[in-house]
Structures are given as C-alpha cells and as structure tokens.
Design a protein around this ligand. Structure first.
Ligand code: GTR
Length: 345
C-alpha cells in the first residue's frame, strides 16, 4: 500500500499529473498500445489465493492462468499467486475475496457451500459415475449455472479444476465397510453436507481447518480425515494416518473465482481474455491433476500406506449408507437438478 502511495506521489510530482499508474486495483484503462490492449506502464496487480504448496496441480493451474493473462494483456493485468495459505486459511481467504481484499481465489465446492448451500449439489455423495461424467456436467450448462450462482455472494466462477475423488483415511483401523468407521472421529470441511455424510457412515464428524489436520491426528483430537491423493500426501497425512480406503464418497470440484466488483471493472475485452485464460489453465490443470494423482498414490504405497481397494459389494455398502442424504431437507429441494446431473451422458 505504502509503496503504491509513494509511487503515485512521486509520479504526480514529476509529471504534474494525477496518474493511476501504480494503483493496485485501478479501473481498466483506455490507453493505447501498438502491441496490445494496454501499455506496460499501466499494469494493474491482483492477488489470487490458494492454500496448496508449490507444485500442487491447482497451484500450477493458477500460475498458468496468471501467465496467460499477463502475456495476452501485454503485461497490463498481473495476477500474483499467493499459495500455501499465506493469505489465511480457506474460510478467511473466501471472506476476503468476497470483500475484494483478495481479488481471485482457487477453491472447491465444499468450502463454498458454507456461504451458498446450493454448492452442495455438486458434492453429493457418489453423484458422478466417473471423471468424464463429472466434466460433462461441469463443462455444460449446469456447470455454467454454478459458476454464476454465487454472484449474490460477490463471487463469480471462471473455470473448473479437477480435484479427483475424496477418500477416507485414519490412524486406527483398515476400513472395508461402513461398520469399520463406527466411532471414528473424522475431520471434515466446515460444511453441513460433509458432516451429514460422515454421520450417515456411523463416524463422528469434526469440522476443522485444513492446516490443523496433521496435528489433530497426531494429538488424537481426530482419528482421521478424508481427501484426494495429492492432499493426503502433500500435507504428509500419510505419516500420521496410514489406513487409506479408496471409497470415493464424493468429488468436490474446484474453481478459480473472481470478486464480482473487480470483474465489473474490467473492460469486455479484458473479461473475454481472462475467461479464456482460465479455461485454458483448467485444461492444463486437469492433465496435471491426473498425472500427480497417480504419482501420489504410488508414493503413498511406497511410504507404507495401507491402501484398501473395495470390492463392488463393499462399495455398494458405502453408497447404501449415504443414499438417504438425497431425501433430507436442504438437499431434496434440488432433486430436479440432481436428476439432471445423474442423467447427463
Ligand atoms: C483439498 C482442497 C483444499 C481444501 C482441502 C480441505 O482437496 O483442494 O482447497 O478444501 O481439500 O479438505 O480442506
């Protein structure tokens, strides 16, 4: 902030003009350039939050997005990626993005459901047949509807990233059926759906920030958690919870979102450029996801994780145990939309 103020003062003094050259979130300029939409000197800088470490598929996707936007705006729009949760945990970062203090964020449907319950629809248990089905839905009209469904929450989604399926893991016992989950304290994201899901399986849900899981398991506050392979491994949860069951109880697809007021300040051309960059970054992220997902699965095995693959009968027991959630109040009002998702081919 200080740097920008000084910058503006110095330039104004030298040129005798009032310039917005160094402003952080200035309105889109109408400057001309022989090379592109805006001259380099009028760069505007924005922040994008992500809670994952360097090299994680979403972070690579964020960086690709920033790179494409920079390149295609000739350096006029600069998006700085702040990963590793340096701007705060996910809940805080979402709130800050709603307020515009952070302008872009990469986040999934589960944390978003705590501010907009409609997002639960996309994370309903065992909703998609496979990855292809999920992206058929997300890249079609339903996905588009969800990208724009948080405008009243000051957030606009730009694209869909892959986050794979989420599986249970814990420190105590190999899980083969829901029976084995009885009494286990399982950390969940702070959303009602994930609480309901874990309860339906007979375990006890404990909402907790992502960054606290490792210590939570180590100290016995929780017995385990649930997540995809890259999260399990990059957070080193395998060190404290070696039993990992590939049950795939949910997918929580992820997005890059932008604060709506920030979005409205971009010119139409800039909006098109940014949206296109997000879509291309998502294509790249999805490939990266598939590559890293299997790498991390291999690494988990090599480091001693006890990985349980379920038979189709065992898998069915998990599905049966959570099927009732679809009829529960709060979710049953979306029955029509859910049916459309299930029927998407
Ligand atoms: C990960 C997701 C994170 C965070 C985390 C969690 O899969 O990418 O953004 O939501 O799960 O469980 O909190």
């Amino acid at each position: 902030m200080m740097k920008h103020t000084i910058c503006i003062t110095v330039l104004a003094a030298v040129l005798g003009l009032s310039l917005s050259v160094c402003s952080k979130q200035g309105s889109p300029d109408s400057g001309s350039s022989s090379q592109g939409t805006a001259p380099r000197t009028k760069a505007r800088t924005f922040r994008l939050a992500d809670n994952h470490p360097d090299g994680y598929p979403t972070v690579l996707g964020d960086l690709k997005f920033a790179e494409l936007v920079k390149e295609r705006s000739n350096g006029a729009i600069l998006i700085e990626v702040y990963n590793n949760a340096v701007l705060g945990d996910e809940r805080t970062a979402i709130e800050q993005t709603q307020m515009g203090d952070i302008q872009f964020i990469r986040v999934g449907t589960n944390p978003l459901a705590s501010i907009n319950t409609k997002m639960n629809v996309l994370s309903m248990p065992f909703l998609y047949r496979d990855t292809e089905h999920a992206f058929k839905v997300l890249d079609g009209p339903i996905g588009e509807e969800f990208l724009t469904s948080m405008i009243d929450n000051n957030l606009l989604g730009l694209c869909w990233f892959d986050a794979g399926v989420r599986n249970f893991y814990n420190a105590k016992v190999e899980i083969k059926t829901p029976e084995d989950m009885k009494g286990l304290k399982i950390r969940v994201q702070e959303t009602a759906l994930m609480m309901d899901l874990v309860k339906a399986l007979g375990a006890s849900p404990t909402p907790m920030a992502y960054e606290e899981i490792y210590a939570g398991i180590q100290n016995g506050i929780i017995d385990g958690a649930e997540n995809n392979w890259p999260s399990y491994m990059t957070q080193s949860h395998n060190e404290v919870a070696k039993y990992y069951v590939v049950d795939g109880h949910t997918r929580a697809p992820e997005m890059i979102l932008v604060n709506t007021q920030v979005w409205e300040k971009f010119s139409k051309d800039e909006q098109t450029l940014i949206k296109q960059a997000a879509l291309e970054a998502a294509e790249y992220q999805r490939q990266e996801w598939l590559r890293q997902e299997s790498d991390y699965e291999e690494q988990a095995l090599a480091k001693g994780a006890v990985v349980t693959k379920l038979t189709s009968e065992q898998h069915q027991l998990f599905q049966d145990a959570v099927a009732g959630i679809y009829a529960q109040p709060g979710y049953n009002s979306y029955a029509e939309l859910i049916k459309q998702i299930q029927e998407t081919r």
